[in-house]
Every structure is written in structure tokens, then in C-alpha cells.
Write a protein that binds this ligand. Structure first.
Ligand code: SAH
Ligand code: SF4
Length: 365
């Protein structure tokens, strides 16, 4: 059958599938997709194992100098109450992650590039490592920075960096961002290259189901990640936020269930194409369906980012509406996640940093 052939072609190494073939799988009737999902699950088991790595998410600050048209914490949204965690709060949260035996944390925030901020992050990295005896892998997700800044943060002890390209289609990127030098597709692309050059395990990703986005765009996003030799991916459905300019175009997005379905297909396709990368099952999936993150694990994802941000700040890190918040009781929240991971046939890899295996194969090249 035609679809089985395409899945077979996906599974070859190196993967030589074309954009048209990927688009066919993204638009195919769901009745035809069982071979794709089962191949993705098998490849996950074989290449990265049925282990899920926890990265404790610290939403460090919602202060942002940028104005992305889709994001609830863009600088023009005056309704967002702004905050930044104190050093003590960051250290305490990192210690909590270490005490819970998570191998890693992610520090995420809006984008700032002033000197004082850059030095502050560097100092936080050093303080976290000192407070947790270098037991944690640290991922940063702090947007576009200079080569010098990336190098400084790498030297200060961060080993991974997440910078979503958001969409690999430059024309679409322009529709999602203000038309000025502070929001340039070329700069974002260049930053991804700088991150690889600085030695980071480099992650990217896209939003799925954006207004104006087509399945052909998503197919090319997958090829972009393959051709960029990316180590880690976090893709999730786009979810509108009423206080953003893109909200006016909501009618141009597919229904949320369709965005969910497309995200699941994207995860499965990426796992088959890039067998040894780390793929996150994102919170935005859970915003659409309570068992959304479990569904991502079933088709190839192997990373979860439990939100450890102190609860009183979580409602202010409001990237999109209905963004799920962690349970008031951290242990209950973790137990619920563990149960969903077991239901998906996986186990939590406690105490492991879980570096993406792809990083090592890329380094060898
Ligand atoms: N400021 C940094 C990191 C924080 S934003 C940066 O932009 O890289 C992290 C991610 O949230 C963004 O990359 C974007 O993909 C996602 N995001 C923002 N608004 C969103 C929305 N409305 N729906 C879904 N994801 C969104
Ligand atoms: Fe700022 Fe990131 Fe939101 Fe853009 S997506 S407005 S850079 S937090």
C-alpha cells in the first residue's frame, strides 16, 4: 500500500523522504496512519528506549523586549503583570528538581539582551551548579543573543539551548512578527547556527496550526529540522491568546482538535526521520486534551517538562490561553505525570541527564 511504502522510506537512514510525501502523510485520512504511529513507537523503543526524561521547568521571568504577535507576554501586552524570580527562588527551585531526582532543568523567560541581565544569568548558572553539586543538566530558553553571550552562558554551565524557529517559512514568519529588525527570521536562523557552534545541544521547534500555515509548510519544517541536524525538538499546537494581535486571525487556524492531530503526526514523523533526537511532549498538547502529553509519548516523544515555577508566578507566564498550571502539590503533580507515563508504556529516567544521543552522533561527524 502507498502509505506503507512512504513509512518505509521514512525509516531509511539517512531519511530521504520528500516534502510532497510528508505533506501526503500530514493530510492523509487518519484511517491510514496506524503504520506510521506503530513504526514511530518501534523506532523510539529501539533507538532511545522507553524512558522519559524530566526537565524541571523554571519560568524565570515574563519580562520581554520583543513583541511576537502570537504571544501573551509580548512587551505590548500591558495586561500582563510582570515578574522575575529572585536568585533564592531560582536556587530553591533548582534544588527541588535535584531533590526530586530530575536529571535536568530548563530556565525559560522572555527575551532580554542588556549586559546586566546577561551577567545575572551567568551568575545564576554558577550558583545553581554549586547548590546542586553539578548534578543537573541545564537547558536555557532565553531567546536570541549574541555569539559572545551564548559562549559565556555555555562556559557558565548551560549545555542545552532551545530556540524555536517557530516556522521555517520566512514569509509566514513575517506575518507572525512585527516588521522590524528586532524580529528578523535571518537573525533567528543565525542564532541557531551560533548555538551549535558554541557547543550547545541545540533544540528548535515550531508552532502547529498557525493562521496562514499549510501542511506543506509543516512538511518543510520537518525537513528543516532534519537538514539542520537538530538535537532536540519541542513542537506544540498554536493556541490563541485574546490579548494578542494574531487573535484577530483565529478563524484562519484549523480547529484545536485538528491542531492536536497535526502535532501528533509531526511528532511521529520526526521520530521516524530523526531516530536518536530528544522530542518533548509539550504542555500545549495538554492544554487541548488532558491526556495530550501521554499521546505524544505514544508516538515517539521522550521528554517532559514538569512545571516547577513557584505557583504564584505561573498565572503570569501566560503565553497562550488555557495554559495548564501545575498542581498545587508538587508531589501529586509528579505522581500524576508518572501514572500517565506508565500508561504510555514508558518509565521515568530518574537521576539521568538524558543528553540527546543525536548530539554525540553529530559531534562524531
Ligand atoms: N522568549 C523565548 C522563550 C519563551 S517563549 C523565545 O521566544 O524563544 C517559548 C515558546 O512559547 C515560543 O518559542 C513559542 O513557540 C511558544 N509560544 C508563544 N506563544 C504561543 C502561543 N500563543 N501558542 C503556542 N505556543 C506559543
Ligand atoms: Fe517574548 Fe518569546 Fe513571547 Fe516572543 S515568544 S514575545 S520573545 S516570550
Amino acid at each position: 500500500m502507498e502509505f506503507e511504502l512512504e513509512v518505509e522510506k521514512l525509516a531509511t537512514t539517512p531519511c530521504n523522504i520528500t516534502a510532497n510525501e510528508l505533506e501526503a502523510l500530514l493530510t492523509a485520512d487518519s484511517n491510514h496512519l496506524a503504520p506510521l504511529f506503530s513504526t514511530a513507537a518501534q523506532i523510539k523503543t529501539r533507538f532511545v528506549g522507553n524512558k522519559v526524561y524530566f526537565r524541571g521547568l523554571i519560568e524565570f521571568s515574563n519580562r520581554c523586549a520583543k513583541d511576537c504577535l502570537y504571544c501573551g507576554i509580548r512587551c505590548s501586552n500591558s495586561k500582563a503583570g510582570r515578574y522575575e524570580l529572585s536568585d533564592q527562588e531560582v536556587i530553591d527551585t533548582a534544588r527541588l528538581a535535584a531533590d526530586l531526582n530530575f536529571g535536568s532543568i530548563v530556565i525559560q523567560a522572555g527575551e532580554r539582551t542588556d549586559k546586566q541581565y546577561i551577567r545575572h544569568i551567568s551568575s545564576l548558572l554558577e550558583q545553581i551548579h554549586a547548590a546542586t553539586n553539578n548534578t543537573l543538566g541545564i537547558t536555557l530558553s532565553l531567546g536570541e543573543q549574541s555569539e559572545e553571550t551564548y559562549r559565556l552562558w555555555f562556559e557558565s554551565g548551560a549545555t542545552r539551548y532551545l530556540l524555536r524557529i517557530e516556522t521555517s517559512n520566512e514569509q509566514l514568519y513575517k506575518k507572525l512578527h512585527p516588521n522590524n529588525a528586532n524580529h528578523s527570521f535571518a537573525t533567528r536562523l543565525n542564532c541557531l547556527e551560533l548555538l551549535q557552534k558554541a557547543g550547545f545541544q541545540t533544540g528548535t521547534g515550531v508552532m502547529i496550526g498557525l493562521p496562514f500555515q499549510t501542511e506543506a509548510d509543516l512538511a518543510r519544517d520537518l525537513l528543516f529540522m532534519r537538514d539542520f541536524d537538530i538535537d532536540m525538538v519541542g513542537m506544540g499546537p498554536y493556541i490563541e491568546h485574546a490579548d494578542t494581535p494574531l487573535y484577530a486571525h483565529s478563524h484562519l487556524s484549523p480547529p484545536v482538535q485538528k491542531r492536536f492531530d497535526l502535532t501528533i503526526r509531526m511528532i511521529a514523523l520526526l521520530r521516524v526521520m530523526m531516530k536518536d533526537v530528544n522530542i518533548a511532549s509539550t504542555t500545549a498538547l495538554q492544554a487541548i486534551r488532558a491526556d495530550g502529553r501521554e499521546a505524544g509519548l505514544r508516538v515517539g516523544a521522550n521528554v517532559m517538562m514538569p512545571n516547577l515555577t513557584p505557583l504564584k508566578y505561573q498565572e503570569n507566564y501566560f503565553l497562550y490561553q488555557n495554559k495548564p498550571r501545575a498542581n498545587e502539590h508538587t508531589l501529586t503533580y509528579i505522581r500524576e505525570l508518572e501514572a500517565s507515563i506508565l500508561r504510555a508504556g514508558d518509565v521515568v529516567a530518574y537521576g539521568e541527564k538524558g543528553n540527546p544521543l543525536h548530539f554525540y552522533s553529530r559531534e562524531k561527524k
